[in-house]
Design a protein around this ligand. Structure first.
Ligand SMILES: N=c1c2ncn([C@@H]3O[C@H](COP(=O)(O)OP(=O)(O)OP(=O)(O)O)[C@@H](O)[C@H]3O)c2ncn1[C@@H]1O[C@H](COP(=O)(O)O)[C@@H](O)[C@H]1O
Length: 107
C-alpha cells in the first residue's frame, strides 16, 4: 500500500498553485487557466487509453499518474474540492452502475 493519497497531492497542488516558482508546472498551469489545464487533462486521458489498449502496464501506471495529477489541477482551478468528488462516489456505493445511470436526470 502506498504511503501517499490523492488528498495529499491535492494539498501539494494547492501550495504550489500560487507559489510563483518559475520551475513549478502546477503554477504554470494555474496561470494559464482552465482551458490549457483541461486540454492537458484530455491529452493525458488519451495517453492513458493508448497505454491501456496496448496492454502497456508500465505505461498505464505512468500515464494514470499524469492523468490523476492533471485532473486534480483542473479540479483546483475550477474550485471543486476532491472531497466533493469522493462524497459523490460515496453516495453511489451500494448501487449498481446501471441503476445509478438510470437515476440520472435526462437531457
Ligand atoms: N505529479 C505531478 C506531475 N505529473 C506530471 N507532471 C508534469 O506534467 C507535465 C506534462 O508535460 P508533457 O505533456 O510534456 O508530458 P508528457 O505528456 O509525458 O509528454 P509527451 O509524452 O506528450 O511528450 C510534465 O512537466 C510533468 O513533469 C507533474 N507535475 C507535478 N506533479 C506533482 O506536483 C508537485 C509539484 O510540482 P511543481 O508544481 O512542478 O513544483 C510535484 O512534486 C509532484 O508531486
Amino acid at each position: 500500500m502506498a504511503d501517499f493519497s490523492l488528498a495529499e497531492l491535492e494539498q501539494i497542488i494547492h501550495q504550489r498553485a500560487h507559489s510563483g516558482d518559475p520551475d513549478s508546472w502546477t503554477a504554470k498551469l494555474f496561470a494559464k487557466g482552465i482551458d490549457k489545464a483541461a486540454q492537458k487533462l484530455g491529452e493525458e486521458a488519451v495517453e492513458t487509453v493508448i497505454a491501456a489498449v496496448k496492454a502497456d502496464k508500465k505505461g498505464l501506471v505512468s500515464e494514470s499518474a499524469d492523468l490523476l495529477y492533471h485532473w486534480l489541477v483542473v479540479l483546483g482551478i475550477a474550485g471543486v474540492p476532491l472531497d466533493e468528488v469522493l462524497k459523490e462516489l460515496e453516495g453511489r456505493t451500494g448501487r449498481s452502475g446501471i441503476a445509478e445511470k438510470a437515476s440520472r436526470p435526462k437531457g
